[in-house]
Design a protein. Structure first.
Length: 488
């Protein structure tokens, strides 16, 4: 039985783990895009702060943490741009393909261009391209299911498995290459991975629903020149700000945090005021607001795994395994492996429980509580010289991160498609990714306060933020249920 009228009868007879066959095409694209993305991300922080004698750029650790946080934020900020192109210019299907090409060019830049020039060009291109991939690929997954389909959450959980397969294998290879032959070889294998993903997607893209090949709200005739002029003006302002020193490496997270907060408010305002949004849809958007804020706080905490916890893994964890030193880049692979192991369990759990499963909002509450408690697990290994955390203990704590992630991230994608107004399907997902952008920028800013002198207070603060947010969202649960008419 098919879930989408755009998929023809012959194709709908084939299934991918009991789901529409086009999910396999999107699953594969996400595997390879995440292979390249997380492979590069796994070695980015140490590339920035390692000394030049170790192949790095010798940037101070606090500035490097801010840059990584800002970069992660930029990826999800670019999701808004990707969503706009999907809804107004190319359609989701073509936008996904073009964005993948941009990602590949970014990894090539990191691999072949030297020093700061390669980092600047590479991170900008990867951020822009990955933003387009994130906003469109998830939207295409949602398009495979009829409204109210009980298989939607399970489908997104399977899709999320693809994210983590790529996130597991990519860092394994980039980490090994970085440790044995150098950083640029690691960035090069990320570019090859993205090229494979594009080839695989090109072979299967015709299976996707036909209505995703055209923009649902195409630009009005004659308006293109105004949008081009706006883009040129925005670029000129950015270059001027950089030239005047208003935007620097050491304040990039602060700048992005302010911009994203303003853009988020404007974006909610435009959706809520749109004449294309009905009164019922508007109530659902209001229900989305506390989930958006919770998601931002969650990712501010979770992003510490790419900054503070990566530095902690490099400097404070006993990485010896049978006489061999585990590469720093494998931290991301350990996380991804945990998700791979448990994502099937969670998909089975939600499917088995059916209508008896916790609501999407309740899953958010559980996620915040778990991640808050997980930060407390680091306390016995903080504030004392010469105390190293055993590798197995770090793995246990990462399982806690995994449980929280599986209660929030795939569910957030799913609930965004449930609450999205018809005219803003892709852009609503982009708005969800804006919460990640806000969270990563905030996480990068928080990470700059982390030192060995402040580490105990720092981890306690992260725990308190997580648990307090869980309680506040629980209080909001009745309002969300009423406004969303039980959807969330």
């Amino acid at each position: 039985m098919k879930d989408n009228q755009g998929v023809n009868d012959a194709k709908s007879e084939r299934h991918f783990f009991g789901h529409p066959w086009p999910l396999a095409t999107l699953f594969g694209m996400e595997v390879w895009e995440r292979f390249s993305f997380y492979g590069m991300q796994a070695i980015l922080l140490i590339y920035l702060y390692y000394e030049t004698s170790q192949g790095g750029l010798d940037i101070s650790q606090s500035v490097a943490i801010g840059i990584v946080g800002a970069y992660g934020s930029g990826v999800y900020l670019a999701a808004i741009l990707g969503g706009w192109f999907a809804d107004r210019v190319f359609g989701a299907e073509r936008t996904l393909f073009y964005a993948g090409v941009v990602v590949m060019l970014g990894h090539i830049s990191l691999a072949i261009l030297p020093g700061v020039y390669g980092v600047t060009a590479g991170l900008i291109l990867v951020a822009l391209g990955s933003g387009g991939v994130k906003s469109t690929c998830s939207s295409l997954v949602g398009s495979l299911y009829e409204p109210g389909s009980p298989r939607r959450d399970a489908g997104f959980s399977i899709f999320y498995l693809g994210i983590n397969i790529g996130g597991f294998v990519g860092p394994l290879l980039t980490g090994l290459l970085q440790q044995n032959v150098g950083f640029h070889y690691g960035f090069g294998i990320a570019a090859i991975g993205m090229a494979i993903g594009l080839f695989q997607y090109a072979r299967g893209r015709k299976q996707l629903p036909d209505d995703q090949r055209k923009p649902p709200m195409p630009l009005e005739a004659g308006s293109v020149k105004y949008h081009v002029a706006g883009a040129v003006i925005a670029l000129a302002i950015l270059l001027l700000a950089i030239g005047l020193g208003w935007v620097r490496a050491d304040n990039l997270a602060d700048v992005l945090l302010g911009i994203i907060a303003i853009v988020s408010v404007i974006y909610f305002y435009l959706i809520l005021r749109s004449s294309r949004v009905s009164a019922e849809e508007r109530r659902r958007v209001y229900a989305f607001v506390p989930l958006f804020l919770t998601s931002a706080i969650y990712w501010a905490l979770y992003s510490q795994s790419y900054t503070v916890i990566t530095a902690f893994f490099d400097q404070r964890v006993d990485r010896m395994l049978f006489g061999w030193t585990v590469p720093v880049g494998w931290l991301v692979s350990i996380q991804a492996l945990c998700v791979i192991v448990f994502s099937g369990v969670f998909a089975w759990l939600w499917t088995t429980l059916g209508k008896r499963q916790p609501s999407s909002t309740a899953k958010f509450v559980i996620a915040m509580l778990i991640i808050g408690l997980t930060f407390l697990g680091y306390l016995p290994y903080l504030g004392a010289e010469g105390v190293s955390m055993p590798l197995i203990m770090l793995v246990i704590l990462l399982i806690g991160f995994t449980a929280s992630e599986l209660c929030l991230s795939p569910i957030g994608l799913s609930v965004s498609t449930k609450l999205a107004p018809t005219a803003f399907q892709t852009q609503m997902l982009a708005l969800f990714y804006m919460s990640l952008s806000l969270g990563f920028a905030a996480g990068g800013k928080l990470g700059t306060f982390y030192t060995q002198d402040t580490e105990v207070t720092y981890f306690i603060a992260m725990a308190v933020i997580g648990m307090a947010t869980s309680v506040l969202l629980l209080i909001c649960l009745p309002f969300i249920k009423r406004a969303s008419q039980g959807v969330a």
